[in-house]
Design a protein around this ligand. Structure first.
Ligand code: NOJ
Length: 758
């Protein structure tokens, strides 16, 4: 690259100008192309671009579209969701570009959430890696696979901050912290979109669900959100904004209302904030059926007014419900909206198609050879295995019961020990259970089948209400519970150690999977109690899509490994961790409560006027009388097979000026006997501010690898912008005064120092 500059005698500055000129030229080309196209479009054809139809293999909402092919041929559809594979996409694209008047290509969108065919751990699991490069790579692999099957748009990343593990969709996000969530959001956008959206291996990303969907009251899906502006700006909005700043090409509205106005009809949200303040220049799609749902919200009397509210608010594309298709033209005729509003929305969608290169070649994503070589290729599977290893979080390891001893006889027990399907988690795009390695298979690969006795022990749940609510969607063995239990006890008695794979069925988390009781279902608790009685060391391997309440498990199991739903290579990765081939390094990105009564539960709580410290008398203090305030496992928590010791923090100075910096250093020593990775976390606390500050805010972190016995100095630079917060006027600023600095292994266990901001 440098030689090229020299040869052509170009200074970097002039190159930047050239780059800018190229972009301007490209934009000019795009603008004139679209201007020309739009002058030839009828109003019906423009409205058609705003209409997305669902067709294909998957149903991801209450109803699917009808007469799709006719509508495509009549130019009444701009985008398709839920169709992929080269032949299917080619057939539909051909209809759009060869059988319509204006030959406008379709946009193909799909929920490629944590991998396309090579399924990675669920997003909450991936976030536990704290490895932003790996997270970005997972998105770029997903993009390469998805695009090879004709897709050019994914409904990801989901960046909703979640403090309520009753909500099933916590599985799809990066947890409870807005700073970390923002970094993950930007990494995912970069991964999907790459540096050239028109390349055949990149796709358009879609930040969702805008906004605040994770704050649904009581964790019940689709529920109301009622929140102060300060809290929105401080805790919930930053990840969406980070995605916008990373250049995300589209945004999806959320199902919830916000302070009384549904997100899909919310002009403040979709226009003032998103476009005017954040300068978003992509297009906005609704969530599935969300315009029509404004009727049920009690916000619109009918589809006509719902369509008007959505367009006025700033929606560009209507997912599935056809409110735009059936009403926009009439709304123009009636003088309720202007044609230029339709033009604006249509232009944004055409721009996305242009940037994706679809006008240049509508078939350029369609290459069966590329699909054949890309899908589930070895490198992708290898990467999936690495990412699944990194996503595992060791929650407990009493007496170093893990890693498993070579040659130990293992009772592999539990309803999730020999499942493939569950490892796909919620949203598995083009993933298939045939491509999944179960824990049983993975452990067999690692230690040989002769060392394993497999026994199911229980079904995931026997709760009739839950099974009915899930439409019977939990695989059951069919044998009597007693028989399965006895078989597991017998397996344990013949073994040296029990590995029980327990937790949730994959379809117990995700969309519309809210739970009031977030413990492991009783059928499995009974199994765990019986296993404990055998006196054999008990290792729990957890599969779940949300933080669980694990009080009994934490007190009684010897070791607990959180593995989430770990994807196609999950079984191998889990075996790698159990056997010590990979030393666990993941850290929780959501707090694990003691029980559901503590919810919402998160680390960055405020002091209150009557703070409670353990050991205090709880009288007239902000405390429960029947349980501790603290979660069982705090945000940022995760153990290793080795141990790390933190020195005290040293600061190079104690006063920070607005343009200066303080260097904070801690020395981390690996005091164990294995190489390990530690994620060193830095938090700050403003001791006094015009808005009551939280006790801690994550401001930085670093992943460090240390060999046994090795010490490393880890330094962080503290600057004024890191100390900012939103005041009551929504200004993002810092206020002078005393600050505490915390550096540690999780949000609870930290070293502490103080400094002044001038
Ligand atoms: C509804 C979900 O809320 C959203 O996340 C998803 O992208 C759409 N359905 C499309 O499947």
């Amino acid at each position: 690259m440098k030689n090229y500059f020299r040869k052509h005698k170009l200074a970097l500055g002039s190159l930047a100008v050239l780059g800018l000129l190229n972009i301007c030229q490209a934009n000019n080309d795009m603008d004139s192309y679209i201007d020309d196209l739009m002058t030839r479009m009828t109003i019906a054809e423009k409205v058609g671009q705003l209409n997305q139809a669902a067709i294909g293999f998957d149903v991801t909402g209450p109803h699917t579209s009808t007469h799709v092919e006719d509508k495509i041929r009549n130019g009444l559809i701009g985008s398709i969701l839920n169709s992929h594979t080269v032949p299917v996409v080619r057939t539909l694209q051909k209809m759009a570009v060869e059988e319509t008047r204006l030959h406008i290509p379709l946009l193909f969108g799909y929920d490629v959430i944590h991998g396309h065919s090579t399924i990675f751990p669920i997003p909450l699991g991936i976030s536990a890696s704290w490895d932003l490069d790996a997270i970005e790579t997972s998105a770029s692999i997903a993009a390469a696979e998805a695009s090879s099957q004709g897709l050019n748009w994914t409904f990801s990343p989901m960046v909703d901050i979640a403090r309520d593990p009753r909500w099933g969709r916590v599985a799809e996000g990066a947890g409870e912290d807005s700073y970390y969530g923002s970094l993950v959001a930007a990494a995912m956008v970069r991964g999907y979109q790459g540096s050239d959206l028109s390349a055949t291996n990149t796709i358009l990303a879609c930040v969702k669900h805008f906004g605040l969907y994770g704050a649904a009251i009581a964790g019940r899906d689709y529920n109301t959100v009622d929140m102060s502006l300060v809290q929105m700006y401080e805790d919930y909005l930053p990840p969406y904004q980070a995605a916008v700043e990373a250049g995300v090409g589209s945004a999806m509205t959320s199902f919830n209302d916000i302070n009384g106005v549904p997100a899909t009809g919310n002009k403040w949200l979709l226009t003032s904030l998103l476009r005017d303040d954040w300068k978003f220049d992509g297009f906005v799609v609704t969530d599935y059926n969300a315009i029509a749902e404004m009727i049920a919200h009690g916000y619109s009397p009918d589809g006509y007014y719902a369509a008007k509210s959505a367009l006025d608010a700033g929606v560009d594309m209507d997912m599935v419900d056809e409110c735009f298709l059936h009403n926009l033209e009439k709304l123009v005729t009636d003088g309720k909206i202007s044609e230029s509003q339709i033009d604006t929305a249509c232009r944004r969608i055409l721009e996305a198609k242009y940037k994706l290169g679809l006008f240049a070649d509508p078939y350029h994503y369609l290459d069966q050879d590329r699909a054949d070589s890309e899908i589930l290729k070895k490198e992708n599977r290898d990467f999936a295995r690495e990412l699944a290893q990194k996503s595992c979080v060791l929650l407990k390891n009493q007496n170093s019961v893990l890693p498993l001893t070579n040659g130990a006889k293992i009772a592999l027990v539990g309803p999730l020990a020999n499942t493939r399907f569950d490892l796909l988690g919620c949203w598995w795009a083009a993933g298939s259970e045939d491509s999944v390695v179960s824990v049983y298979d993975g452990l067999k690969n690692a230690v040989g089948s002769e060392n394993i006795i497999l026994a199911r022990g229980a079904d995931v749940s026997d709760d009739k209400f839950l099974i009915d609510r899930m439409g019977g969607g939990i695989a059951r063995d069919g044998r009597p519970a007693e028989e399965m239990l006895n078989e597991a006890i017998a397996a344990a008695q013949q073994s040296d150690i029990i590995v029980a794979v327990v937790g949730e069925h994959s379809s117990m988390s995700g969309e519309a999977k809210s739970r009031t009781d977030i413990s492991i279902p009783e059928s499995q608790q009974r199994l765990m109690r019986a296993l404990k009685q055998t006196g054999k060391p008990l290792v729990l391997v957890l599969m779940n899509g949300r933080p669980l309440a694990l009080e009994w498990e934490y007190a009684n199991a010897d070791a607990i490994l959180e593995t989430w739903f770990a994807g196609v290579e999950g079984g191998n990765a889990i075996a790698d961790v159990l056997c010590g081939k990979y030393n666990p390094s993941g850290k929780l990105t959501m707090s694990f409560p003691l029980n559901a009564g503590q919810i919402p539960v998160y680390y960055n709580i405020k002091s209150t006027g009557r703070p409670f410290n353990p050991g205090d008398n709880a009288l007239y203090r902000s405390a429960y009388i029947d349980a501790a305030n603290e979660p069982l496992l705090p945000f940022g928590f995760g153990l290793s097979y080795t141990s790390f010791e933190y020195s005290n923090i040293t600061l190079d100075k104690n006063t920070l000026t607005s343009d200066g910096k303080i260097t904070a250093t801690v020395t981390i020593t690996n005091t164990g006997d294995k190489t390990g990775i530690e994620t060193v976390q830095l938090y700050t606390r403003d001791m006094f501010a015009s808005i009551t500050p939280p006790l801690k805010r994550l401001r930085s972190f670093e992943r460090v690898t240390l060999a046994a016995g090795e010490s490393k100095a880890v330094t962080f630079e503290i600057t004024e912008p890191m100390l900012r917060f939103y005041n009551s006027k929504l200004e993002h600023l810092s206020e002078p005064g005393e600050f505490r600095l915390y550096i540690g292994t999780n949000s609870r266990d930290c070293k502490e120092a103080s400094f002044q901001l001038k």
